[in-house]
Design a protein around this ligand. Structure first.
Ligand code: CMC
Length: 385
């Protein structure tokens, strides 16, 4: 069978070549299609970045307008999808609903995407961007028992997200510019991160030529775990717990260092970043700004600052190069915008969607072979039954 190299967790294995995202973990550099993340977070909007990631170039104003209009065309979700939504208990986690509903889209869009056909591919991109956003907000409406909202064609993508989430018949949603700008930035910072767990999953599932919706649904499930996207929910729950227990950050730091204790400091550490996570830097600044603009004083932010400062001084964290990651401060912003904690990972999924699509498209266009790692067998030798 030839020699198999063992690399659990693929710490040193490259699975593909890619032109989408450049990442240097030592220097803390992240670029989409050559543009620095700091530049994009400051000067671009989420749909521009989505287009850039998926199609490789920054859109002109005209192309961007067309992209936004074409996404609008696909924001209507099939009526039968609502009966699927109705079947979930109110206590269901929004990520579970999102994965199932995304998978269900395959039934209403059975034609698999022909990536060679540009028109077909473009249509699949717009469809996914449109329907996923609406479904993502429905997972929240379901849990709240609110009637479902529909996309408003006169409003932008990110503004629609807030409307779809929060508008109720008796109260038209009042747009808050600070909210929209903060969300736009957060979505951009989450938009792609090369071959992370969920993206590798999307590429792996797609490598068997499974369709786009089915592959994205698998990505949602991979993202859900607390070591990946689920960390943002886990961070806020941890900060709340520390706050409710008298704010003793030292105690939790000691727990995180104790090898007998399974507790980890959520929002700390990263497989690739070993100096700092450039996204965390931008988010920390944004969290401070958003809270100041909204006049919100959140004791949770003080706990986060205290915990970060203590960990950065601590030998355990220093020697292992553990720094705050993208998830450490994002939840504080989501909380200030009124997004419930169990929706945090859904927010990550909305942001990551263009990255998943771009990577799926690249994988198919490059005609990558089916993903199929090997193993080293360590089980029983031949025995009689
Ligand atoms: N708290 C305490 N110790 C930690 C932590 C932490 N958050 N992260 C890593 N370590 C320790 C770990 O115990 C190990 O120690 P030792 O060498 O003594 O055995 C060492 O640091 C190396 O950790 P690892 O688990 O081998 O590193 P990894 O690259 O396999 O895991 C990670 C990376 C992100 C899963 C991990 O750091 C972690 O579990 N962090 C907390 C969860 C989290 O915040 N996840 C979000 C990641 S960023 C966004 C995303 O990917 O979605």
């Amino acid at each position: 069978t030839g020699l198999v190299t063992l690399d659990p967790g693929y710490k040193n294995s490259g699975s593909c070549t890619s032109e989408i995202t450049f990442l240097d973990g030592e220097l803390g550099i992240l670029r989409y299609r050559g543009y620095g993340i700091e530049d994009l977070a400051e000067n671009a909007n989420f749909l521009e970045v989505s287009y850039l990631l998926i199609f490789g170039e920054k859109p002109t104003a005209e192309v961007l307008e067309k992209f936004e209009n074409d996404i609008r065309k696909y924001t209507l979700v099939n009526e039968e999808m609502k009966s699927i939504l109705d079947g979930f208990p109110k206590t269901a986690h929004p990520m579970g609903i999102l994965a199932a509903m995304t998978s269900a889209l395959t039934s209403f869009n059975p034609k698999s995407v022909d990536v060679e056909n540009e028109k077909d591919m473009y249509c699949a991109v717009c469809k996914t961007m449109g329907k996923f956003l609406v479904i993502a907000t429905w997972t929240f409406r379901k849990n709240m028992g609110y009637p479902l909202n529909y996309y408003d064609n006169t409003k932008g993508y990110v503004e629609n997200f807030m409307r779809l989430m929060f508008e109720i018949p008796t109260e038209p949603y009042k747009v808050n510019k600070t909210f929209i700008e903060a969300l736009d930035k957060l979505f951009i910072l989450h938009a792609d991160h090369e071959q992370n767990c969920s993206t590798s999953t999307v590429r792996m599932v797609g490598s068997s030529h499974a369709g786009l919706f089915a592959s994205i649904s698998a990505g949602v499930s991979a993202l859900w775990g607390p070591l990946h996207g689920g960390a943002n929910q886990a961070v806020l729950e941890m900060l709340e717990e520390i706050h409710n227990n008298g704010g003793d950050t030292e105690k939790y730091l000691a727990k995180a260092k104790d090898k007998e204790d399974p507790f980890r400091l959520m929002g700390f550490g990263h497989r690739v970043y070993k100096n700092f996570d450039p996204r965390a830097k931008i988010i920390k600044k944004a969290a401070n700004e958003v809270l100041a603009t909204l006049g919100v004083e959140d004791p949770i932010l003080d706990i986060a600052r205290k915990l970060e400062a203590a960990a950065l001084e601590d030998e355990y964290f220093k020697s292992r190069n553990l720094y705050p990651n993208v998830d450490f401060y994002s939840g504080i912003i989501y909380r200030a915008l009124g997004i419930p904690t169990d929706m945090f990972t859904v927010m990550f999924a909305i942001g990551r969607l263009p990255g998943w699509i771009a990577q799926w498209k690249e994988m198919r266009e490059n005609k990558e072979p089916i993903g199929r790692p090997r193993q080293i067998y360590t089980g029983a030798t031949l025995r009689e039954f």
